[in-house]
Structure formats: structure tokens, C-alpha cells
Unconditional design. Structure first.
Length: 530
């Protein structure tokens, strides 16, 4: 067992909820606590940070989400205040005078902006993050030293004392897929991402070079200026606001014996891509978009020469080019406005679903060339022929539309309905309507068992959608084009015998955006037949 103890010294916690700037974050998210430890690691460093402390943080970031012991809290009234914006340029270095002459630098007048500082009064000022299965014996001495450096978590007024706890109390917040409280957590690579956002080496390099230019003359000065232009393109490098985009569902005041939902083959932590630019498209364009995105992934991340060495979970094929049938691979999903009173089915973005067996580090390494160019986050451009060009980027907003939230599509439920029609795994041979209905529903049940889900206890099918905003399953003027020419595709509503965690993907088109389900209330069978 490994645990971290936190004492809020003033009896108050001040931290803004990343999804609602007018609300307070409580309990403290594990990712926020980790960021406070990273800040302590680099605080006052004039050279590289302590290697042992950094190794301990690398160990913590790879741990599963912790259980949390935290009391209830009473929110205080939020008062809007007007304060200068934070400095985005460093205040130390070799060229303080140069910094003062740059916009946004220290010493320059800055406009006041409205800010609020949500705060809660704690019924108990002690909080504990608990990893029941972790063994910290090789890092404990280093973590004791690092925790002693942490002075705040959240706002600068949120003063804390932090330590490695030997006997923490029983937790009352537990990570559970059935939870309705989403907390930001860490994953492998989070420390590297935070350090990259801080951008310290690049910023210091810029100002060091600028200081040399200020004192140089003649040819030497021109060479330095050319170097500055080549490296930085005439712009001042800035720090990026750090964000933690990985969330974990928690439940409060439950026992550890509370059963988890049935896990599907795909991880509910989707990689969400939001649409930045391009023509407005509906769900009918699903096949065109998923084909373009898959082609972009293969081109950027694998190329033409290394496909035989690429992982099967990424390509969907074995080294000899045959389809990989033993295990799932990435699935590409259309994220649309459906299931609402005013839904029209327009697409807000796309998502990539990963097999559960693939670690976050493997995912990041495999998709690095898609998401970054020379270490800089880069939008993804998809060429769609007559439909023009779509531009996508990783969704990292703290407040985002429902369609761009993973829990909209993955939250545990026993009842699901199709966003895009299921492409049946086999041809239907029956002739009469009753026999065809029985054969199709039996095929749907087989598809569930084929992907590792339980057989449904209820199944309904229709050419019309069960969700408002989704087009008809047939390729007419307002329907879905056929994905596989000789296979029937159909909208499906089903109920499982137990709660299932999404994403739920069924049928022959499940990796290409078809057969994509959304959790729905069990008491609402059909919302609309379009």
C-alpha cells in the first residue's frame, strides 16, 4: 500500500473546476496533486531537476487511479475580481531588460481581467490519495523529500503540508466505471507533457540568444539574428497552459465490493478529435471520414515501408498483410449530435477507440507522428474529395459539447441504441418478415458474443433510427450508404442482462464507424422514427 497525505493548512481549498470556471474542484483531482509535485520538483532548480525525484514521479504517473479519502466541503460565495493576467514570460535569466521591452513581460503594464477564485470550507482538512496495491519501497525516501517541498495545491492561497502516509483512513471515493464523478488522473507520459508545456529550455534559449544579439556588432550580430529567425521564426516562445485530458469515473461512499460493469473490448478513454474547419457534414459521411482518417494514420504513423513491422492493434493486419482476427484493433468513430430533442445528426468530430490491452505509452508512441510535427501539436487534415478538406485537432477544452465527451458514448448502461447502423456479419437467407426478424436478431446476439459481450436479453431492429438525429439505415436520400455491398445494415436497440461499459461496437463495420452504439435510458425504447 502507498498513500499520500495532504493537510489544507487554512481549512479551505481554492481550486477552479476545469469544466466550470465558476465552480470549485473538490475533492482534489489526482492530476492536480501530481502537477503540484512536479512544480515542487522544478522549484528553484538552476539546472536539471533531481533525477531520483523525477524517477519517483514517473513511477507515480504510471500507477492506476488512486482511491481518495476526503471529507465533504461547504462552498463559499464566488466573488468576481479584476486582476492582471499572469506573466507568460520568465522573470529570471540573463536579459531582464530585454524582457521588460517585450509585450507581456515583467514590468509591462497589463490589462486587468475578470477572475473568480472558487473556494470551499473543509469539514476535515485532511485528504489522502491511496493506492492499495502499490509498493513504494524503492521510492519512499525520495518521495518524503519531494512531498516536503509542496506548499500549495491549486491557487496560491490553498496552502498545504504533504507527506507519505503510513496508515491512511478508509477511502470514500473509489474509481469505478459506474461512477458519475469524473476526476482528472495521470497516465504514462504526463510528466513529459507538463515539462514540454513549461517550455523552459526553449524560452531560456530565446532570451540568451537575444541577449547576445543586444551586445553583438557587425557580421556576428547578423549571424545571431539569422539564427534567431531560423530557430524561432520571429516569435517569442511562450509557456502553454498545462492540461490533463485523461479522466476517470469515481463513486462516493461505496464499499470496495461494489461490482464493476461488464468491460467491453475497447477502452472507454477515447482519443477525441474536434472539428476545427471544413464543410458541415452529417452521419451519412461516416464511411468517407473514417476511410480518410485511417489512411492518414497509416501514412503519417507507419509510412509505406514499415507496415510489416507495425503493431496489429494499429493497422488491423498481420505482418503478412492478412486481416488480424484474433484481437481487436483501433476503431474510428463519428461523434454527432444525436439523441436530443433538437438533434440533427451533424458531426462535431471523431474519436479513436483503443483495445484495452494497449497501454497509454504504446498509444502515444504509435500516434505521435499523427498528432505532432517536430514535437509541436499539429492539426490533422483529411482530404475528402468532393466534400473538401476537414481539419481535426485533439480536443483538450475543459468545457466541451456533450458529443465530444467520452462518457456520452461509454458510460455504463444495460440499454444501448445505434448511432450508425450495424452491418450484419452474415447474409440473411430467410424470406418471410417474421423469419427475417428472428434471423437478424439472432445475428446481432452472435455479434455481441463474438466481440466478448454478453448475449442481449432484448433486441429490436428497424430501418429507422431509435435515436433522434440519426439517418435511416438504408442508402436512400436521407440514409446511410452501404458499407459492404452484399450485407444488410440495420438500426438496433438492445438490452443486456447486466450493465456494460462502452464503447459498444458491433458488426462487420465496427472498426470503420458503423455499428456504433450510444447508451440510452432503459425506459425510452424509441425516441423517433425519422
Amino acid at each position: 500500500m502507498f498513500a499520500l497525505g495532504i493537510h489544507y493548512l487554512t481549512g479551505y481549498a481554492t481550486a477552479t473546476d476545469s469544466s466550470d470556471y465558476g465552480c470549485v474542484e473538490w475533492p482534489p483531482h489526482p492530476a492536480r496533486v501530481f502537477m503540484a509535485m512536479v512544480a515542487a520538483l522544478h522549484e528553484g532548480c538552476t539546472s536539471a531537476p533531481d533525477s531520483a525525484e523525477r524517477a519517483a514521479l514517473l513511477w507515480i504517473e504510471a500507477l492506476p487511479p488512486p482511491a481518495i479519502s476526503a471529507s465533504q466541503a461547504d462552498p463559499r460565495t464566488v466573488v468576481e475580481q479584476f486582476v492582471p493576467v499572469n506573466d507568460s514570460l520568465p522573470s529570471t535569466g540573463k536579459s531582464a531588460e530585454l524582457r521588460k521591452r517585450l509585450p507581456g513581460a515583467v514590468g509591462v503594464a497589463r490589462n486587468r481581467q475578470p477572475r473568480s477564485f472558487p473556494k470551499v470550507h473543509l469539514q476535515d482538512p485532511y485528504v489522502f490519495l491511496i493506492w492499495p496495491e502499490a509498493d513504494a519501497s524503492s521510492h519512499v525516501d525520495v518521495l518524503v523529500r519531494l512531498c516536503a517541498k509542496v506548499t500549495r495545491i491549486g491557487h496560491s492561497s490553498s496552502l498545504v503540508q504533504m507527506w507519505v502516509a503510513d496508515n491512511p483512513p478508509s477511502p470514500n471515493y473509489l474509481p469505478r466505471a459506474t461512477g458519475n464523478l469524473n476526476l482528472r488522473v495521470t497516465s504514462t507520459g504526463f510528466l513529459d507533457r507538463l515539462e514540454s508545456c513549461f517550455n523552459n529550455d526553449v524560452i531560456e534559449g530565446y532570451f540568451d540568444l537575444s541577449a547576445q544579439i543586444a551586445t553583438a556588432k557587425g557580421k556576428s550580430k547578423k549571424l545571431l539574428q539569422a539564427n534567431l529567425e531560423k530557430r524561432f521564426g520571429g516569435t517569442v516562445p511562450l509557456r502553454q497552459y498545462p492540461s490533463a485530458s485523461l479522466n476517470c469515473a469515481y463513486v462516493c461512499n461505496v464499499t470496495p465490493e461494489t461490482p464493476d460493469p461488464f468491460p467491453g473490448p475497447f477502452d472507454p478513454n477515447l482519443l477525441i478529435l474536434t472539428k476545427l474547419d471544413g464543410r458541415a457534414l452529417g452521419l451519412e459521411a461516416t464511411a468517407r471520414l473514417t476511410t480518410a482518417l485511417r489512411g492518414k494514420i497509416l501514412k503519417d504513423c507507419i509510412g509505406t515501408k514499415d507496415r510489416e513491422h507495425a503493431p496489429e492493434w494499429l493497422t488491423g493486419h498481420t505482418a503478412d498483410g492478412k486481416p488480424a482476427t484474433d484481437s481487436p484493433h483501433i476503431a474510428l468513430l463519428p461523434l454527432a449530435f444525436v439523441g436530443h430533442e433538437h438533434a440533427d445528426g451533424h458531426l462535431l468530430g471523431m474519436a479513436i477507440a483503443f483495445p484495452r490491452s494497449v497501454s497509454p505509452r504504446e498509444r502515444g508512441q504509435a500516434l505521435a507522428q499523427l498528432l505532432y510535427k517536430q514535437g509541436v501539436p499539429t492539426p490533422i487534415k483529411l482530404t475528402l474529395g468532393a466534400l473538401g478538406v476537414w481539419t481535426l485537432d485533439r480536443e483538450e477544452r475543459s468545457s466541451r459539447p456533450l458529443a465530444l465527451r467520452a462518457d456520452t458514448w461509454c458510460r455504463p448502461s444495460d440499454t444501448w441504441a445505434t448511432v450508425t447502423p450495424v452491418v450484419l456479419d452474415r447474409r440473411i437467407k430467410s424470406k418471410t418478415p417474421q423469419a427475417r426478424f428472428a434471423e437478424i436478431t439472432a445475428s446481432i446476439a452472435e455479434s455481441c458474443e463474438h466481440v466478448g459481450l454478453p448475449a442481449p436479453v432484448e433486441v429490436d431492429i428497424d430501418k429507422n433510427a431509435f435515436l433522434r438525429g440519426s439517418p435511416r439505415s438504408r442508402p436512400d436520400k436521407s440514409g446511410f450508404p452501404l458499407l459492404v455491398p452484399d450485407r444488410q445494415q440495420i438500426h438496433v436497440w438492445l438490452r443486456f442482462p447486466s450493465v456494460v461499459e462502452g464503447p459498444v461496437l458491433l458488426g462487420a463495420g465496427r472498426y470503420r464507424g458503423y455499428g456504433f452504439f450510444k447508451p440510452v435510458p432503459s425506459d425510452r425504447h424509441r425516441e423517433v422514427a425519422l
